[in-house]
Write a protein that binds this ligand. Sequence first.
Ligand SMILES: [Zn+2]
Length: 116
Amino acid sequence: MPFCPRCGWEYEEGVTVCEDCGSPLVDTPPPPPKPGEEVLPETVYVAHGLLRAEVVRSRLESEGIPAILQFDSGSHVFGLTVDGLGEVRVLVPAHLAEQARQMLAAAQEEAAEEPF
Ligand SMILES: [Zn+2]
């Protein structure tokens, strides 16, 4: 079955160009999404240093948003980031990313009002 790689429409055999967008049709259908496949997490915060990242994570988790930390430079070696100021990304499930960003933005506004 030919289908459009751009829009994903399936066409009758013999059709070679997408009626919708004009793309040449291809024969291989896109891989079907696996049931229960996890959506890739989204980065909602980049912290400098593990401590800050942990604070953000615990804040998110207190709101019921599960968060994971991902260390910079693809290194998962814990010791490399503990003492340094490497970047630590805070990731949450994609469907909770918007909620998490709003929460963190609100938290930052709160913090900005505090005198340093
Ligand atoms: Zn198309």
